[in-house]
Design a protein around this ligand. Structure first.
Ligand code: ADE
Length: 221
């Protein structure tokens, strides 16, 4: 898979993708990630790429010229062009899974008030939000999207972690609480059933606790 990220802040986008599991996936050649500075497509000597919103209002809007030039240059046959924006469709695990089978993603990061809507209408395939809150810029959201996709590429997680990913794929249920040693921590004991070795009972306990946690934390699921 190839991922191009178009942003005003390439370092912010790349930093979380340059360590641990994602860096290992990059080293293993599972994914190639390139971050590009939108200012490289500016048509003026000040490298400006934004202007004030038509109709008035606060903030700045990314101009269509540099965005169009950059997207046209970076996009190829079969590229999926995604815009990170709080106005997008909220990202869910199922969409991450679908996107992990694409061959080329071009992720465009919004900034300030957003990007000129003519670009959204003509050159963007899909608008994605990572949640109902506003970040300072889309590069952070792009890194979140990349992480959620890359960890699903075959070989990115170790075998044991892949198995865990499989067994918790029910989108309507949160995971059950988990424990490790010591069995007694400051007087708080690990639930006895988890030490019983009875796998059927453990599975039933986990299901019950997962349902309890889901009702308490995510009744919407
Ligand atoms: N840019 C700013 N906030 C965002 C969000 N919640 N999702 C995607 N991109 C964003």
């Amino acid at each position: 898979m190839k991922i191009d990220i178009l942003t005003l802040f390439p370092d912010i986008a790349l930093s979380p993708l340059s360590d641990s599991i994602i860096q290992r996936a990059r080293d293993a050649g599972l994914v190639e990630i390139c971050a590009h500075n939108l200012r490289d497509w500016s048509d003026n000597k000040h490298r400006r790429v934004d202007d004030s919103p038509c109709g008035g209002g606060p903030g700045m809007v990314l101009q269509p010229g540099p965005l169009a030039a950059a997207i046209r240059e970076l996009k190829g046959e079969g590229t999926r062009v995604i815009l990170m924006t709080p106005q997008g469709k909220q990202l869910k695990q199922a969409r991450c899974r679908e996107l992990s089978s694409e061959t080329h993603l071009l992720i465009v990061c919004g900034h300030y008030e957003g990007i000129d809507h003519r670009i959204v209408e003509t050159l963007i395939d899909e608008e994605i939000s990572i949640g109902d809150y506003v970040l300072t810029n889309g590069a952070i959201a792009a890194a979140v999207l990349c992480d959620s996709i890359i960890r699903l590429l075959p070989g990115a997680l170790g075998d044991s972690q892949s198995a865990i990913e499989e067994s918790f794929s029910d989108p309507s249920l949160l995971e059950a609480p988990c424990y490790t040693r010591p069995v007694d921590f400051e007087g708080q004991k690990v639930p006895e059933i988890l030490l019983s070795g009875d796998h059927a009972k453990i599975a039933a306990w986990r299901m019950e606790k997962a349902a309890e946690r889901t009702r308490r934390n995510r009744p919407d699921l």
